[in-house]
Design a protein around this ligand. Structure first.
Ligand code: NAD
Length: 482
């Protein structure tokens, strides 16, 4: 079910790479849902632009197939489907040549919001940006949307920023990190800054440590060759995990506004300490009798790229000094889950005789599956026989409590934010460069030392050494469970 929303004035959305994997799996289904929600007024134009020499009719067939495969709202005979498909247009275009640009110009108007989604390899960003201006296609309300990866280190990110800046102002550039589009991630900010009871405790006086886990059950599969050039650090930590860490650790911005928020996130990144090699564990999943290991999947039997990374990070500021942030992400782990857990300190003294367990409150924010928040509190175990204490979760699963089924998915929200000109949930150029500035020395250290990732059993929670990372500190990871 898709709930109705307030429509936005007619706009043009041009998806470069409109025949690609991301368009098929995410962008077209997201647009379909927003269309069904009644968000597009008459006159809105959705245009695919890619290398393939398709006609608009052929592109509609392509989009129909994409929706059939990836949209829960697909209904073969529905009017909504037909009307949406009829809205789609297509222009065959060469990003690095002249073909298609004059035609594209005739299909979009400079007097309205124009969103140019660069769903193509980053090596094409410069060529696209340049042509949008030299062909005078982009008007004053033009925006460009760029996907991850935004560079592979600080130098390349800086170069990409410089290229985009030649043609567009920072206020026109929307760098997507789809984690920020997730309902729970935004709720994390409301939880912190919209409630009285959390923020006073949100510091090193009351919090023992923080864990962020993003676990996947899939391997690198068909993306092996691409992934092998990046690894978990570049693919997940530098962007998604860092963004989550920033939202947990940042100071309250004075207002909920794009620059105020991004200024605060940037301060967190700048306060992140370099990570010592013994505070990081890298892993690669092994082969089993029935499934290939990481190296076979990557097509590189001598690969040193990590499919798992766990690390202990520290933020050097007054709020967080002495509170470790443990981050962990990997492929082929026990369950698919993304979770942030705030583990509060144990009580300094228990008045309950015989109660020797160090009870801790844990606030746990689940991003997937079953987006929701739960809080572990200590209560009395029911029944006679004195005061026995147990820890139980107070559960707030959004699907039940807040009709999560109606909530827009990450890509829907982010695309509509672009149309509305709201950059709050997008990364600013300096933020991305700073994030690379923190991860670069770590990656360079591995390369210089020829660091060999530890093997781990598929379906486990990663290499043994990752457990030790916390055991050494007298702590343990939360279980990876769906
Ligand atoms: P893809 O290879 O499936 O598609 C590439 C698209 O670019 C195609 O439509 C192709 O026609 C077009 N293209 C290539 N060269 C062109 C040229 N010279 N002129 C015009 N069009 C050209 O790629 P993808 O997986 O859809 O990824 C697109 C972008 O999104 C990449 O930057 C990728 O890193 C990023 N991304 C993808 C995913 C995903 O799940 N696929 C996830 C996150 C980010």
């Amino acid at each position: 079910m898709v709930s109705r929303v307030i429509p936005v004035a007619p706009f043009d959305l041009i998806v470069f790479g409109g025949t690609g994997d991301l368009a098929r799996r995410k962008i077209i289904p997201a647009l379909f849902r927003r269309y069904l929600a009644g968000q597009f007024e008459d006159g809105t134009r959705l245009i695919g632009a890619a290398r393939a020499g398709l006609s608009p009719v052929e592109y509609r067939l392509f989009a129909k197939e994409a929706l059939k495969e990836f949209s829960a709202e697909y209904d073969e005979n529905s009017e909504g489907l037909e009307d949406f498909l009829n809205l789609l247009d297509y222009v065959p275009i060469d990003a690095t040549g002249d073909d298609g640009w004059e035609e594209l110009k005739t299909k979009t108007s400079t007097d309205r919001v124009q969103a140019f989604y660069f769903s193509v390899a980053p090596s094409l960003f410069g060529a696209l940006a340049e042509r949008l201006n030299s062909y005078e296609i982009a008007g004053s309300q033009a925006r460009v949307v760029v996907e991850k990866p935004f560079g592979r280190d600080q130098e390349t990110a800086r170069a990409l920023n410089a290229t985009l800046a030649e043609h567009f102002d920072e206020t026109q550039i929307y760098r997507i990190d789809h984690y920020l589009g997730k309902e729970t991630v935004q709720n994390l900010m409301v939880l912190r800054f919209g409630n009285m009871m959390f923020e006073p405790l949100w510091n090193n006086h009351y919090i023992d440590h923080i864990q962020i886990t993003v676990a996947e059950t899939v391997g690198v599969g068909g993306r092996g060759a691409y992934y092998d050039k990046s690894g978990a650090m570049r693919d997940m930590v530098q962007n998604h995990l860092m963004q989550l860490l920033c939202l947990i650790a940042m100071e309250p911005p004075a207002i909920y506004d794009a620059d105020a928020l991004r200024d605060e996130k940037l301060k967190v990144i700048r306060a992140l300490q370099p990570v010592a090699p013994h505070h990081i564990v890298r892993g690669q999943y092994e082969a089993t009798d029935t499934a290939p290991g990481y190296r076979e999947d990557a097509g590189n039997l001598r690969s040193f790229t990590e499919s798992f990374v766990a690390m202990r990070c520290e933020i050097a500021n007054w709020r967080w000094a002495g509170v470790p942030f443990y981050l962990r992400t990997g492929k082929k782990l026990r369950a698919r889950t993304s979770e942030i857990s705030i583990i509060f300190k144990a009580l300094g003294h228990s008045i309950f005789e015989g109660d020797t367990t160090p009870h801790r409150n844990i606030l746990s924010i689940r991003l997937q599956p079953n987006e929701g928040i739960d809080m572990t509190v200590t209560v009395k175990e029911p029944g006679p026989g004195g005061m026995r204490l147990i820890d139980v979760p107070l559960d707030l699963t959004f699907a039940e409590a807040l009709r999560e089924a109606d909530a827009p998915e990450a890509y829907e929200r982010l695309i509509m934010d672009v149309i509305r000109g709201n950059q709050t949930l997008f990364m600013r150029g300096d933020e991305v460069e700073a994030a690379w500035g923190w991860t670069d020395p770590i990656i360079e250290g591995w390369e210089a030392r020829h660091d060999v990732p530890k093997q781990y059993v598929p379906g486990s929670s990663g290499p043994e050494d990752a457990l030790m990372l916390l055991h050494r500190d007298g702590r343990r990871w939360r279980d990876i469970k769906a």
